[in-house]
Design a protein around this ligand. Sequence first.
Ligand code: PMP
Length: 330
Amino acid sequence: MRIANTVVDLVGNTPLVKLNSVVKPGSGLVAAKVEYLNPGGSSKDRIALRMIEAAEKSGELKPGGTIVEPTSGNTGVGLALVAQQRGYKCVFVCPDKVGEDKRNVLRAYGAEVVVCPTAVPPEHPDSYYSVSDRLVTEIDGAWKPNQYSNPAGPQSHYETTGPEIWADTDGKVTHFVAGVGTGGTITGTGRYLKEISDGAVKVVGVDPEGSVYSGGTGRPYLVEGVGEDFWPAAYDPSIPDEIIAVSDADSFDMTRRLAKEEGLLVGGSCGMAVVAALQVAEREGPDAVVVVLLPDGGRGYMAKIFNDEWMSSYGFLRSPLDAKATEPLV
Ligand code: PMP
């Protein structure tokens, strides 16, 4: 019988699907790696599993220990899911700007959520950075994964995401395109694909306009999970051959097209990565095989990207979801 022992055994081995309607004629093949099919709904399940395993091996995380991390999103879900299966507790610290729905998702998986004020600087004792640091010292057996500097993050993509893409394209992949947040995905997957292809595979990082990877200073952008205002240790800048910056407006418009035209209800960083992948596929022509990684699903963005009023309040609305609404919303 083909029955997984626990949900943890379902992490990884996500499929590739060809994009059709959004790809311009004459372009190369564009294949999307659908990471929302991980059990926790994102690529972060991979790093959560590998970070926990590495900490078990090194002795930093002991039986019955507590995982403490400042996170509100996908990484928290991945950590909580692996933790409950292995008997660890989770305490996640998040700023109060994080919606009640997101906090309840973490609680549903059995995690404790500590909410801190958003309107204080990082060095303030009540900031979510300070509080998570304090909890690590106060809680017996606490361990902080720190996804921004933990080498197990990129390593998980080197060991799983990269080999999966190579195998599923029969080694024919020519370009790998992914958004850059902590940099773990692009660094680990990109390094593997470059090594196995003797440098033939080109690696393209994608970043919101204004973020550091494409030369910005951290100017605010609305796409979530990607872009930084500092350089995390999980990112190796020697891996990408190129960085493409994409605007919020283009990212969100493509995110909506992926749901409407390709049947892929995904998050905003997915639309962002696809905008860049389509540019690469058009530029490189029909022989290119472009793999683009889609990190998460769209359910967490219904009140924003998939809400016409929110979109139009930022001037992003190009075509309403409601087909009857012929007048632009104000
Ligand atoms: N998209 C989303 C929605 C994410 O949560 C993340 C992780 N921060 C990324 C993209 C980028 O992945 P990475 O951290 O591996 O660069």
